[in-house]
Design a protein around this ligand. Structure first.
Ligand code: A3P
Length: 273
């Protein structure tokens, strides 16, 4: 496992070969595309499933060639290949995502009519989720300890870039006509409301019965059951506030200070419980 830097951002080369970032520069966006943008561990798999279930209520089936990973544009998946290549010829509507910062997005995306869904999660739970994930994933650097990982996260020394640069890069686009911002915490607290919001945004409003079907298929426990733990390294606890079981008071204060520093006056805020 090694990382390389491209335009100042770290990427794991086993999963994100530099050539995929290059191919993303010329990736053609279609009007029917639906693309979700997340910082890693913000609920990428979840939002992908919710979108797929919304489409499934209209009888639109998912692409066949992918199994246990979200269609992230920059990924190369063993046995499957470079998703950016495969997605070129996938049938519409394509549902795909990416963790890359805003400056790495396919250049045609923001000017297109494609629907863009940004999903964000509070930085403390994002950090905890990342810490555990990195211990399981061979292509990510295993943190030496929780304490050293917190230092790195605060310093912005993270794959796919520093948390605040990443979320603020997208937040600058908040008035864009084709972008919907969702938060992990809102989805946890009222999934039906977020599913209604999302399905209307996608131009596919659902009946109340269909909303309930999407909700029951995408709640943590049902997703875990359907997709199986083996093929679901993304599924850990799926709660808000697990950070309290990890952070010392001092670490929590350091995160709070950085949160205030970076987000005050931006209008972007997160819930932590
Ligand atoms: P935890 O590690 O805190 O449990 P990503 O898909 O971006 O890698 O994010 C993974 C995080 O989203 C994990 O958080 C995972 O448990 C959580 N998650 C995935 N599906 C979820 C769901 N249906 N409901 C709530 N959380 C979910």
């Amino acid at each position: 496992m090694t990382y390389y830097k491209e335009r100042g951002i770290s990427f794991p080369d086993g999963l994100v070969p530099r050539s995929n970032l290059e191919l993303m520069k010329t990736f053609d966006i279609r009007e029917e595309d639906i693309i979700f943008l997340t910082y890693p561990k913000a609920g990428t798999f979840w939002i992908h499933q919710v979108i797929k279930q919304i489409l499934a209520s209209e009888g639109v089936q998912d692409e066949k060639y992918l199994t246990d990973v979200p269609n992230l544009l920059e990924f190369t998946v063993p046995g499957i290949g470079a998703l950016v290549e495969l997605l070129k010829t996938a049938p519409s509507p394509r549902v795909m995502g990416t963790h890359v910062p805003v400056e790495f997005l396919p250049p045609g995306l923001l000017g297109s009519k494609a629907k863009i869904v940004v999903m964000m999660r509070n930085p403390k739970d994002t950090a905890v989720s990342t810490f555990h994930f990195y211990q399981k994933m061979s292509y990510m650097k295993t943190p030496e300890s929780w304490d050293s990982f917190v230092e790195e996260f605060l310093a912005g020394d993270c794959a796919w870039g520093p948390f605040y640069d990443h979320v603020l890069g997208f937040w600058k686009l908040k008035d864009h006509h084709n972008i919907l911002f969702l938060k992990y915490e809102d989805m946890k607290k009222d999934l039906p409301a977020e599913v209604r919001k999302l399905s209307s945004f996608l131009g596919r409003p659902l009946t109340e019965e269909a909303v309930q079907a999407v909700v029951s298929a995408t709640q943590f426990d049902s997703m875990k059951k359907t997709l199986g733990q083996q093929s679901a390294p993304w599924a850990r606890k799926g709660v808000i506030g697990d950070w309290k079981n990890h952070f010392s008071d001092e670490q929590s204060r350091a995160f709070d200070d950085q949160y205030r520093d970076r987000l005050s006056n931006t209008g972007l805020e997160f819930e932590f419980e």
